[in-house]
Design a protein around this ligand. Structure first.
Ligand code: NDP
Length: 315
């Protein structure tokens, strides 16, 4: 039996290269993407062999679409051995919030709420798989953590007391803390929620399910299309800056390998942790378990985030 992994947002960047690396290592990859045509072309362009992947539709910015994806996956009859929550949007230049069909701010919906719902639904599928080693991997980022050099640039993430979630997260509310719309902060807040989700999944379900829940920071993958909504000059200079000044630059191939390793390799079978290779990439740099930010390791916040997210996906 071939093992199956679902990767969200596998049509570009880290997700695409993770799909390539996992297919090379003999896994069947379900590429869960919003643009099927683009995903197929992307898979071909990096040489993922036909037959080792399936493209399925998901729009993480719509909770109904997430539910439909889960039904479609179940109808395919595949069993699920690993889930990689990778898709994200970063819209630094937005002046006004965009909204999901439910009316929630779109960056937080895509990056966090959509994945939160997906994880909750797919726990069932993971439990039903006969595999002994099952994993959920959620992509994190250094910018979630103001204690790290890469996370010091303002605006900093701040979930506050999650009043924006508590008050229903619909217009005129656009931020989790209920404050003024700030698209860069929305991205960072959503990535804090990703880490909190991973830790809370671990706390609630690790011992009863045996599933390994982890996050990782793959390094600064400065030339993925994540930055496509930034100023063109930024897109040109950022990879050079990361390559030659900060030393944080990681190629898409290497980032994909790192994700695949966290999905498969025995040394990453440690639940509730966040893997990193550091901010400065050294040759043969070793992975280590990194302390997450003060907000992301706040247990009370994790619980409140969980309860409020649950209400939002049910509303
Ligand atoms: P990309 O923009 O290259 O890829 C993002 C992927 O998410 C694309 O496949 C995109 O689809 C997909 N996506 C976006 N919105 C949706 C949606 N509504 N429904 C389904 N899929 C969607 O970004 P990266 O590869 O750089 O980022 C991937 C992950 O890695 C993110 O979680 C990011 O936070 C994390 N990360 C990235 C770093 C970096 O330096 N690049 C550093 C640390 C973490 P489409 O192709 O259709 O646009």
């Amino acid at each position: 039996r071939k093992s199956t992994v679902i990767i969200t947002g596998a049509s570009s960047g880290v997700g695409l290269y993770a799909a390539k690396a996992l297919a090379q290592r003999g896994w069947h990859v379900v590429m869960a993407c919003r643009n099927l045509e683009k995903a197929k072309n992307a898979a071909e362009s990096v040489g993922i062999p036909q037959g080792s992947y399936t493209v399925m539709h998901i729009d993480l910015g719509s909770l109904d679409s997430v539910r439909k994806f889960v039904n479609d996956f179940r109808a395919s009859g595949k069993s699920l051995d690993a889930l990689v929550c990778n898709a994200a949007i970063y819209m630094p230049l937005l002046k006004e919030p965009q909204r999901s069909p439910e009316g929630y701010e779109l960056t937080m919906t895509t990056n966090h709420l959509g994945h939160f719902l997906l994880c909750n639904l797919m726990l069932e599928d993971l439990k039903n798989s006969p595999a002994t080693d099952k994993r959920v991997v959620i992509l994190g980022t250094v910018t979630h953590n103001p204690d790290e050099l890469g996370g010091k640039i303002p605006p900093r993430p701040d979930l506050g007391n999650l009043d924006g979630f508590a008050d229903g997260f619909k217009a005129p509310i656009s931020m989790i803390d209920g404050k003024k719309f700030e698209p860069v902060k929305a991205y960072k807040d959503s990535k804090v929620c990703n880490v909190l989700t991973m830790r809370e999944l671990h706390r609630r379900y690790q011992d009863t399910t045996g599933i390994t829940f982890t996050s990782l920071y793959p390094g600064c993958v400065a030339d993925t299309p994540l930055f496509r909504n930034h100023y063109p000059l930024f897109q040109k200079l950022f990879p050079l800056f990361q390559k030659y000044i900060t030393g944080g630059y990681v190629s898409q191939d290497l980032a994909g390998e790192r994700v695949a390793a966290v999905v498969i390799d025995p040394e990453y079978k440690q639940s509730g942790v966040y893997w990193s290779w550091g901010n400065r990439q050294k040759k043969d740099g070793k992975p280590f378990v990194q302390k997450v930010s003060p907000q992301a390791r706040d247990d009370a916040k994790a619980e409140r985030m969980w309860d409020l997210s649950e209400k939002l996906i049910e509303a």
